[in-house]
Design a protein around this ligand. Structure first.
Ligand SMILES: Cc1ncc(COP(=O)(O)O)c(C=O)c1O
Length: 443
């Protein structure tokens, strides 16, 4: 079918009663199906709402003063297309591995806009980031000694500081909480001797000019995050007083703004976080420090979704099950820790029209060959039929670029979606891998 005809058809559908974001997603899905980007061979795809990401970045920038330099945590969505939007909107990039660093450099982030946060930096990586002038955060005292050795007599072009663990406790998800008493990240601030040692090192090393913390990623309350940042800013003030000048001029407060996975409305917002932070840590807003952030999930999660075809439906011991093509290969956390990573699902017919029938409890299973490969248990949804699509909402962060190769399932295709004068345009960012390509990855 020619595109113009397709768009006309889509334009005739009355979507008015649905919220904007939901309308857009349905239009994207219908366009993708009509264009053959989803069918009985292309069984699953992820979608990014390109304008949505741009709007989110506008909200982020508006929420904080200009001396806040925002970097995007590449681990949330490291695809070229995703990073390019962020780069074009003037953000920097936070990376945590040699692979993410290469990707950021290839996408064209200037080295000085990148911050390197890997906890296990090798000598080679440190040499590379120092040579490039990429900023980085030292995780521990052994790493400090290595950095000092590499720097030798040379002046550092990189912005360098310690990552501090303010030990303020865990959020709701212990695996995502990085500021517990025993966290593997950073220098534990309250452990005996550490505070004094840090003050001593900053006082004697003028190249230590920044300080970093990241309290956790998802599941941390604003109060917990702000409590941790307050402690780190107190340490910065103590050091600068001890040095007698503003040696630490950059404070990196990490990312971690949590995302709600239960509805379209975004909560908490960047503006709410900023207001609470300003009240508790006014020094960050005075302009006396440059402040860096490293948001990931809050920039991409709600601007992406996955659509997967349903292959079969069946009943087993009174349990009604739909077997779809999205499971642990892309929704890994949801499959393995379903109670903590519950995602919203919707059902669409084979042409992409939303099913609005009476909700009945159904389990939605993935394609992988283990019993826990489930997207949802006893979820009230309109009756799912074979050939339908299930939509996994809010999956734009940490669901596309972190594939899990179980059963030799390939990373899912990803498509950038935009709307121009009422028409949906789709740009394939990553094709579905052929079996041969997939098997080459497996080795
Ligand atoms: C050091 C660091 N910064 C930023 C982030 C991004 O966190 P989020 O995606 O929750 O904003 C992470 C996530 O793990 C991180 O480890």
């Amino acid at each position: 079918m020619p595109n113009s005809q397709l768009h006309e058809q889509l334009d005739h559908v009355a979507f008015d009663e649905l919220p904007d974001r939901a309308v857009f997603k349905e239009r994207v899905l219908r366009t993708a199906i009509a264009k053959g980007l989803l069918d009985d061979r292309q069984l699953i795809a992820g979608f990014i709402d390109v304008d949505g990401v741009s709007r989110t970045i506008t909200e982020l920038k508006a929420a904080f003063p200009d001396h806040f330099a925002h970097t995007f945590a590449a681990k949330a969505n490291a695809m070229t297309g995703s990073l390019a939007i962020v780069r074009d909107r003037g953000l920097g990039c936070e990376v945590a591995s040699a692979g993410e660093l290469q990707q950021a450099l290839r996408v064209g982030f200037p080295p000085e806009s990148i911050v390197y946060d890997e906890p296990a930096k090798t000598r080679q990586v440190l040499q590379f980031v120092i040579d490039k002038g990429v900023s980085f955060n030292i995780d521990n005292f052994q790493e400090f000694e290595r950095v000092e050795e590499i720097l030798g007599e040379n002046e550092a072009r990189s912005r360098i500081g310690f990552r501090i663990n303010p030990q303020v406790g865990s959020g709701k998800i212990s695996a995502m909480s990085t500021a517990t008493d025993t966290s593997k990240f950073g220098v534990a601030l309250s452990d005996p001797g550490n505070r004094e040692r840090l003050v001593g090192l900053y006082c004697t090393r003028s190249w230590l000019t920044s300080m970093h913390t990241h309290i956790g990623s998802q599941g941390c309350s604003l109060d917990l995050m702000i409590h941790g940042i307050r402690k780190v800013v107190d340490l910065v003030l103590e050091i600068n007083t001890a040095v007698g000048r503003r040696q630490i001029s950059v404070i990196d407060i990490g990312g971690g703004l949590p995302v709600n996975f239960d509805c379209e409305v975004v909560t908490p917002t960047f503006a709410e976080y900023s207001a609470a932070l300003r009240a508790a840590v006014p020094e960050l807003f005075s302009g006396e420090f440059a402040v860096k952030t490293e948001f990931g999930r809050s920039i991409y999660a709600k601007n992406g979704f996955i659509a997967a075809r349903v292959e079969y439906t069946k009943e087993s011991g009174g349990r009604r099950i739909a077997i779809a093509h999205a499971g642990a290969q892309t929704a890994t956390r949801t499959a393995f820790v379903p109670d903590l990573w519950t995602i919203r699902l919707s059902v669409f017919d084979s042409s992409g029209r939303a099913r609005n029938g009476v909700a009945i409890e159904q389990d939605v299973a993935g394609p992988c060959c283990f019993a826990g490969d489930m997207l949802a248990y006893k979820r009230p949804l309109p009756l799912i039929e074979p050939g339908d699509y299930v939509m996994l909402h809010d999956t734009g962060a940490y669901y596309f670029s972190n594939p899990f190769y179980y059963n030799n399932l390939p990373p899912i295709a990803v498509i950038g979606a935009a709307e121009d004068t009422g028409r949906v345009s789709l740009d394939v960012w990553r094709r579905q891998q052929s079996l041969d390509d997939m098997l080459a990855v497996i080795g």
